[in-house]
Write a protein that binds this ligand. Structure first.
Ligand SMILES: [Zn+2]
Length: 89
């Protein structure tokens, strides 16, 4: 008989309804836990389960574009005003 195991939820450690065999290979499998109702992306190979953590792309995009623009316009505002003052004098 082949070796089979129930996948345990990485969040609450309860048994899910997914069973894997020794030769089961899963790649980026959305594991849904009926107990805590959380979905976790996992990889499975040779009964070893590894959890995939996806980086939040939305926050990264705003972090890269917005602050630089804000600082740039702020600097322009400060120096622009100083230059105007010098020109007046
Ligand atoms: Zn769970």
């Amino acid at each position: 008989m082949e070796n089979q195991e129930w996948i345990l939820c990485p969040v609450c450690k309860n048994k899910t309804r997914i069973r894997i065999r020794e030769d089961t290979v899963l790649s980026r499998f959305p594991l849904f836990c009926p107990k805590c109702r959380q979905e976790t992306l996992i990889n499975v190979e040779q009964l070893k389960i590894s959890i995939i953590k996806e980086p939040d792309a939305k926050t990264q995009m705003t972090d890269n574009s917005l602050p630089k623009r804000t600082i740039g316009s702020f600097l322009f505002y400060c120096f622009g005003e100083k230059i105007q003052e010098k020109l007046k004098m």
